[in-house]
Design a protein around this ligand. Structure first.
Ligand SMILES: [Zn+2]
Length: 251
């Protein structure tokens, strides 16, 4: 098994939206990743699909005029197109067999529509919450041509790949354990934890349900300790600099 951390641009926002009480009043440029996992049977799995490539030419593509999230500034270079990043790895959209969405926000499901051949895995409770909800722009993922398999709770989806329930950022948000043979256990946290600062400062006020988010973070921290796992945070600039980005990989 092999995993690539794929950089798909950045989204700037006021830091108090992410980690209130840490550096209020500053803007921070948050990395937006997706993850490609090459499974042992040769199948290709994506975890999340990043922000829509529409933002390359139009940063306001998602939120302009909506009255929502207008403090967010997406920034994507042409090479931050997920299709372009996959091509660098000799993978075409039709080569993607599965996609796990940690959740269906615009920066995690923005390119779902590229993967018509894939089976998408999302928690049923999350999918139902997000359907028709303006905070989860449905045009990126709620499409008849896409095939969803809705999950009810935690499970091993593939050998070495497990979904872990981590609500708080959104109902039935899920994180993904990936057990790599050489690099060891890595958990794609999604937005259960945005950055190390959330853990260091116990700052959960930026989450939809802060109490549930604190509990989910404690659960992930426990897993990290007992399973000797590395936590890959949703949008941590320092961590993104420290970890190899695609086309380098973890095996
Ligand atoms: Zn996010």
């Amino acid at each position: 098994m092999e995993m690539f951390i794929i950089p798909l641009g950045t989204c700037s926002c006021p830091y108090e939206d992410i980690a209130p009480g840490v550096r209020d009043g500053t803007m921070v440029e948050l990395p937006v990743p997706a993850y490609l996992v090459k499974l042992d049977d040769g199948k290709n799995l994506l975890v999340d699909t990043g922000m829509s490539r529409l933002h390359i030419t139009d940063p306001g593509a998602t939120w302009r005029g909506t009255g929502m999230n207008e403090a967010l500034v997406p920034e994507m270079a042409p090479e931050d197109d997920l299709e372009t990043r996959l091509t660098e790895l000799d993978v075409r959209p039709t080569d993607i067999d599965y996609v796990i969405n940690t959740h269906l926000h615009f920066d995690h499901a923005g390119n779902n529509e590229l993967f018509e051949r894939a089976t998408f895995f999302v928690q049923r409770e999350h999918y139902e919450f997000a359907t028709g909800h303006p905070s989860f722009p449905n045009r990126y993922w709620n499409l008849p041509k896409l095939k969803y398999e809705l999950l009810d709770g935690e499970m091993e989806l593939f050998p070495g790949v497990e979904v872990i329930l981590t609500p708080g950022h959104a109902p039935a948000h899920e994180s993904v354990m990936v057990r790599l043979p050489e690099s060891g256990n890595m958990v794609v946290c999604g937005d259960a934890v945005y950055t190390q600062d959330n853990l260091d400062h116990e700052s959960w006020g930026g989450q939809a349900d802060p109490a549930a988010a604190a509990e989910s973070a404690a659960k992930l921290t426990r897993i990290a300790e007992t399973e000797n796992a590395i936590l890959l945070f949703g949008h941590d600039p320092a961590q993104a600099r420290r970890f190899h980005q695609s086309p380098q990989s973890y095996r």
